[in-house]
Design a protein around this ligand. Structure first.
Ligand code: GLC
Length: 411
C-alpha cells in the first residue's frame, strides 16, 4: 500500500483552506430556498416569470469579494446556474433563460470573476448538472449533455483563469451515463489548472467519483479524516455548510449557527485537511443579509487574531484531549485548544471547561518553546517520549476565542 502524491493544483487548493459559497438565482426573490420550485411544485410557466423581475440591482461583486477577503476566505464559489436552470452569465444565444434576457442585463459572472481577481480571491464556478428548465434533461438526455458541455465551455473560455468548477446534480439521475469524461476533458483542455468537483450529495459524503475529480465533498457533513492509502490519485476534501438551514435565501429561516460553531467547524475541517466552504444566500436584489455578513466578518477577525496557520497548516498526527489537535506549518507546530476558561472573577466568568495542563500525543520533534498566537504569552511545557504537556493558561478577562492556538518552535 502506498500514499498517492498530490498534484500541485490540488495542494494549492488545500492551502486555500476556507471559501465562501454563494447561492444566488431567481429563487432568491422568493426567499424560500433554492429548491422552492421543486418542493412547492410551482409550474414552469409561472416560475419563469421570476426572470422578468430579476434586476439584481444590489448584487455588488466588489463588495462580495472584499467581504470574502475580510472573512479570511481565499475563494468564492458562485452558483452560475442552479437546478432552476437560469444562468447568471451570458449564454451567448444558447438559452434565453439567462441574465442578459432579464431586466438585470448584466453578466454577473463577469462582474464576479473580475472582482475576485482584483481582490486576490480565486473564483470558483458552481454549475448545476440537473436542470428543471431544459426539457431535454428528461426528454433527450444526450442533447441535454451537449447543452451542458456547451454551457460550461462558455465559462471555460470567456472569463480568464477559473479556480475550479463545482458540479452538482448527477445524483438526480444516478444510473445514467453522464459522459463525464467529455465534460472534464473539455475543461482540462481550456483550464488545465482548474479544480474539478462533482458534489456527491448528502447521501454519499466523501465518495470518490470519476478519475478527473480533484476533491471529494462532504455536503452538510462532519469532517472525517481521508484514508488515502492505495488511492490512485491524491484527492482533496471540501465540506460545504449552510449558515442557517438553507443555501438560497430563506427569509423566514432564523436557525443560524453561532459564530463559535462556525469557528469550530473551520478548525475541525482543517484538523483533517479539508477545506471549509461556508455558504451565504443573498436576497433577491443581490444584497447580502446583514447577519450573514456579520458572521463572515467575525470568522475573519478570529483568523486574523489567531488562526492564520489554517491555510498552510497540515494534519501531522498530533492529537490532544477532546477536540484538541495540532497542525504543522512551515516547520512549526500549531496546537488548537478548545474549551478554555476565562480567568477573572468567579462571579462573572463562567465560560469554558477549564484551563491547565493539556496533553498531546504524536509529537515527534523536540519542542523549543510554546506561546499563544493571540497575545504572545509564553507557555510552560513538558515533553517526554510519548507526550507533550502544555500548561494552557486561561483567557485573560475580556477574551474568549472559542479555539485558541499556541505556536511551537521545534529544535
Ligand atoms: C445540494 C442541493 C443544492 C445545493 C447543494 C450545495 O445538492 O441540491 O441545492 O446547492 O447541495 O452543496
Amino acid at each position: 500500500m502506498s500514499l498517492p502524491i498530490a498534484e500541485k493544483r490540488i495542494v494549492d487548493f488545500e492551502e486555500l483552506g476556507f471559501g465562501i459559497f454563494v447561492h444566488f438565482g431567481l429563487y432568491s426573490q422568493l426567499g424560500m430556498g433554492e429548491w422552492i420550485q421543486h418542493i412547492r411544485k410551482i409550474p414552469k410557466e409561472e416560475y419563469i416569470k421570476l426572470a422578468d423581475t430579476f434586476t439584481a440591482e444590489n448584487f455588488d461583486a466588489q463588495k462580495l469579494a472584499k467581504l470574502a477577503k475580510a472573512a479570511g476566505a481565499k475563494y468564492i464559489t458562485l452558483t452560475t446556474r442552479h437546478h432552476e436552470g437560469f444562468s447568471l452569465y451570458d449564454t451567448k444565444g444558447l438559452s434565453d433563460y439567462d441574465v442578459m434576457h432579464s431586466p438585470c442585463g448584466r453578466d454577473l459572472v463577469r462582474e464576479f470573476v473580475d472582482a475576485c481577481r482584483e481582490n486576490g480571491i480565486k473564483p470558483f464556478l458552481y454549475h448545476t448538472t440537473a436542470d428543471w428548465y431544459n426539457d431535454d434533461f428528461h426528454e433527450d438526455f444526450k442533447s441535454y449533455l451537449k447543452y451542458l458541455r456547451d454551457s460550461v465551455e462558455i465559462l471555460c473560455t470567456n472569463y480568464g483563469e477559473i479556480g475550479g468548477f463545482w458540479f452538482d446534480g448527477n445524483w438526480w439521475k444516478k444510473n445514467n451515463d453522464w459522459e463525464e469524461d467529455a465534460l472534464y476533458g473539455m475543461i482540462r483542455k481550456h483550464q488545465p489548472n482548474a479544480i474539478i468537483v462533482n458534489n456527491t450529495g448528502t447521501s454519499a459524503r466523501g465518495a470518490v467519483g470519476n478519475p478527473e475529480i480533484d476533491s471529494v465533498t462532504f455536503e452538510q457533513g462532519r469532517p472525517t479524516p481521508m484514508d488515502r492509502e492505495g488511492m490512485p490519485k491524491y484527492l482533496a476534501a471540501e465540506m460545504c455548510h449552510t449558515m442557517n438551514e438553507h443555501w438560497g435565501f430563506g427569509e423566514n429561516d432564523f436557525n443560524y449557527k453561532s459564530a463559535a460553531h462556525l469557528i469550530e467547524t473551520l478548525c475541525s475541517c482543517r484538523k483533517v485537511g479539508a477545506n471549509y466552504l461556508l455558504n451565504i444566500g443573498p436576497k433577491g436584489d443581490g444584497s447580502i443579509p446583514l447577519l450573514q455578513e456579520a458572521m463572515l466578518l467575525t470568522v475573519g477577525e478570529w483568523i486574523n487574531k489567531t488562526g492564520a496557520c489554517i491555510y498552510k497548516g497540515k494534519p501531522c498526527g498530533v492529537l490532544g484531549d477532546g477536540k484538541n489537535f495540532a497542525l504543522e506549518a512551515e516547520g512549526k507546530l500549531y496546537f488548537f485548544v478548545s474549551d478554555l476558561t476565562i480567568s477573572g472573577n468567579e462571579n462573572v466568568t463562567v465560560a469554558g471547561g477549564g484551563a491547565g495542563e493539556k496533553c498531546f500525543t504524536g509529537v515527534s520533534a523536540k519542542i523549543k518553546n510554546v506561546r499563544w498566537v493571540d497575545n504572545g504569552e509564553k507557555l510552560d511545557f513538558e515533553q517526554d517520549a510519548d507526550t507533550l504537556k502544555i500548561n494552557c493558561t486561561a483567557y485573560p478577562y475580556g477574551t474568549s476565542l472559542v479555539v485558541r492556538i499556541a505556536e511551537a518552535e521545534i529544535e
